[in-house]
Ligand binder design. Structure first.
Ligand code: HEC
Ligand code: HEC
Length: 309
């Protein structure tokens, strides 16, 4: 009798835990009606496309890329991570192969909630942890800009992930830890230039996603944000971009802005790896925006990537 009660107790507990897991991990979309009237600004949409680096992951790689190839978002770029390899999907205007049949609401949910069109969780290899900082108006301008780009008929390939990472629902737990759903708030203590730089770097620019070490659960370590860390691809190290002696203490604002424009460091080297693509993107921004980002990086607290003592 006691044993049966015990067993049924376990069944009830397991069902409750399963139910709690199911509730806690439910993808949360924006409320319907979150999008009021909006007149799209295509210039701003283009700025968001460039700072957002969408081409770095979603443009289909070709042997000898020309400028217009950055706008052909057929996907296919492989992102190696400790969890497996992600293959960036087609986000071109093709209605079948891409996202041409998506609504604006579907797109905004993907960008700021990490929720896909079928209501599923998206993997944070798509850096929505940063894109969630974008005000909806900027996301909507980006959507309008993407809609001006060509359709690319290239089918998606499945990601190569092992268990349990191939189980999207489990991402709900990760999101509870690492996604706060807050848009960027300008600080009244900062100049307009610093606020602009902070927004571009922390939001669409998603610079911290590569330039910070991560904890065990895969979230950015807040005490070492921008202090560099192992390259997420598993090869090499991403440099410290705070004004610490281990980082960019010796760089002037102009050096940083120049790097973001041309990809050239003050020593006359050019940056390589994934940063080469980033500088192609930032090279397409206005000088004013690059200067704002440089000013913000110079104003960051100096942090070391070595473990805090
Ligand atoms: C670091 C690489 C990376 C960058 C940068 C990136 N994405 Fe993605 N994106 C991905 C990956 C990987 C996925 C697939 C996620 C998944 O399957 O859950 C994805 C998924 C998406 C999706 C959902 C597509 C679908 O079919 O479900 C949209 C929409 C999207 N990205 C738009 C963008 C836009 C717009 C930008 C620029 C602001 C951008 N992405 C920048 C890697 C990236
Ligand atoms: C996809 C990963 C990735 C993203 C996103 C990224 N970076 Fe980088 N960054 C790198 C890597 C890797 C290097 C080192 C390149 C090299 O050594 O050739 C680097 C180098 C740099 C450097 C030169 C530092 C030095 O000491 O040489 C600066 C400055 C920089 N990044 C700023 C930024 C800013 C600002 C952003 C956001 C707009 C950004 N990065 C986004 C990966 C990234």
């Amino acid at each position: 009798m006691a044993r049966r009660r015990f067993l049924s107790g376990i069944v009830v507990l397991a069902a409750a835990a399963g139910g709690a897991f199911w509730l806690l991990t439910a993808p949360t979309s924006l409320p319907t009606g979150a999008l009021g009237p909006h007149t799209a600004n295509l210039d701003n949409g283009k700025t968001m496309f460039n700072i957002g680096g969408c081409a770095s992951c979603h443009a289909t790689e070709v042997a000898e890329p020309k400028a217009e190839d950055r706008l052909k978002l057929g996907g296919g770029h492989a992102l190696k991570t400790p969890f497996g390899t992600f293959l960036a999907p087609n986000i071109s205007t093709d209605p079948k192969a891409g996202i041409g049949a998506w609504s604006e609401f579907d797109f905004v949910n993907a960008m700021v909630r990490g929720v896909g069109r079928r209501g599923e969780h998206l993997y944070p290899s798509f850096p929505y942890t940063s894109y969630q900082r974008m005000p909806l108006a900027d996301v909507r301008d980006l959507w309008a800009f993407l809609n001006t780009l060509p359709a690319v008929d290239r089918p998606n390939e499945p990601h190569q992930l092992g268990f349990p990472f191939n189980f999207r629902r489990g991402l709900g737990l990760w999101k509870l830890l690492h996604l706060d759903g807050k848009a960027f708030e300008p600080s009244p203590d900062r100049s307009a230039q610093l606020n602009r730089g902070a927004y571009l770097v922390e939001g669409p620019g998603h610079c911290a996603e590569c330039h910070s070490p991560r904890g065990l659960s895969g979230g950015i370590d807040p005490g070492r944000r921008f202090a560099g860390g192992p390259d997420p691809s598993g090869k090499g190290f991403v440099p410290n971009i705070t004004p610490h002696a281990d980082g960019m203490a010796k760089w002037s604002d102009r050096d940083i802005a120049y790097l973001l424009e041309t990809g050239q460091t003050p020593d006359g080297d050019s940056v390589g790896g994934t940063m080469a693509d980033v500088t192609v993107n930032t090279g397409n921004l206005s000088a004013q925006d690059r200067n704002a980002m440089a000013a913000y990086l110079k104003a960051l607290p100096a942090r070391s990537c070595k473990a805090a003592k």
